[in-house]
Design a binder for this molecule. Structure first.
Ligand SMILES: Cc1cc2nc3c(=O)[nH]c(=O)nc-3n(C[C@H](O)[C@H](O)[C@H](O)COP(=O)(O)OP(=O)(O)OC[C@H]3O[C@@H](n4cnc5c(N)ncnc54)[C@H](O)[C@@H]3O)c2cc1C
Length: 305
């Protein structure tokens, strides 16, 4: 999934592509606090190299460098929406009759009527968005206390500094003490965040980062016990006497961007197979096995074809 997604995005980020502006291609350097098994899954990335021991940060045991792409996510998501609408997609009212449903509800798959997946749980993240257009590289470091610190540059010149990963924490707004911790770790990993004219004169401090802050952010990674749910479930639409395929495509945790195109193409295959079975408009000749009461998907769940 990740490989297919990378190939799609690599093409989209090509300097000749009209979508290039959504991405920043940049060198990424990663330091891990443990020995990583070889071959490393990232060995297929452009310009991949293991760092020599002499280049490792204190407390880390493996270092990698490669070229990757960084997404300007707010711009990218708006691009996807405009592409969807531009190709005839629409956002229908709730009770519009449908031939199929693809569930990409993220964390809401836990609460969405008819889905209500109890295996969905949040892994809370928190970040700081800073203005630092001089940063044109990405960095990541894992530490033995389980923390991951990262610097993600965006094409716009904004930089994401992160982060944390806390399971089952639903807290909806940034915590001030976490912001301070992120800035402290971010500065240690990447002193270049502080403008060169300050670093030329003295040791940079966290206070030097404060004027660069655009906003603090937090979000809930939609994790799922058992991993991503990619499967077809059949529901009965008694109003139209039809059975309707529901394709589940959720539970991507902290990797929903990097697996998105690969995951979508698997969901599309499921959808095409379901429509082939269903003929698009198969009649509901008998109640579906395991049928439940009508739920807010507007359909009744079943488990058979
Ligand atoms: C701090 C942080 C850092 C991250 N970093 C990375 C990273 O570096 N790389 C990476 O790949 N991923 C990263 N992620 C994870 C990534 O954001 C998620 O995996 C991804 O957003 C999941 O995509 P999704 O479409 O499944 O769910 P979401 O992005 O949550 O989208 C689900 C959408 O469905 C909508 N929705 C829900 N219910 C309904 C309904 N009934 N009707 C209509 N719409 C509905 C919601 O409003 C929402 O817009 C990060 C996440 C966080 C919080």
């Amino acid at each position: 999934m990740d490989q297919e997604t990378f190939e799609v995005m690599w093409e989209m980020s090509d300097p000749a592509a009209d979508t290039e502006g959504l991405f920043l291609r940049a060198t990424q350097t990663e330091y891990y606090c443990d020995e990583r098994p070889r071959p490393h899954p990232l060995e297929s990335m452009p310009d991949f190299k293991y760092l020599p021991e002499s280049s490792l940060i204190l407390g880390t045991k493996t270092g990698l460098t490669f070229t990757t792409l960084n997404i300007d996510t707010p711009v990218y998501l708006n691009y996807l929406l405009s592409r969807f609408l531009g190709r005839g997609g629409s956002i229908p009212a709730d009770d519009t009759p449908v031939h199929a449903v693809v569930v990409c509800a993220g964390i809401d798959a836990r609460f969405l009527g008819g889905v209500e997946d109890p295996d969905i749980y949040p892994i809370r993240g928190q970040t700081v968005l800073a203005r630092a257009p001089w940063i044109r590289f990405g960095k990541m470091m894992s530490s033995s206390d389980g923390l991951w610190t990262y610097i993600i540059p965006r094409r716009s010149g904004d930089v994401i500094v992160g982060g944390i990963k806390v399971s089952d924490d639903w807290f909806p707004t940034p915590r001030a003490e976490t912001t301070l911790d992120i800035l402290t770790r971010g500065l240690a990993l990447c002193p270049e965040l502080v403008p060169a004219e300050i670093r030329d004169k003295r040791e940079p401090t966290v206070n030097d980062l404060l004027p660069l802050i655009i906003e603090e952010g937090c979000g809930l990674r939609p994790a799922r016990k058992g991993g991503i749910r990619l499967e077809t479930e059949w529901f009965a639409d008694h109003r139209r006497n039809r059975k309707v395929p529901v394709i589940h495509n959720y539970g991507h945790g902290g990797a929903g961007f990097q697996s998105s195109w690969g995951s979508a193409s698997m969901a599309l295959k499921l959808l095409e197979a379901a429509i082939a079975v269903n003929g698009g408009e198969a009649e509901l000749v008998a109640p579906l096995e395991g049928t439940k009461k009508e739920e807010s998907l507007g359909l009744v769940r079943g488990v058979s074809h």
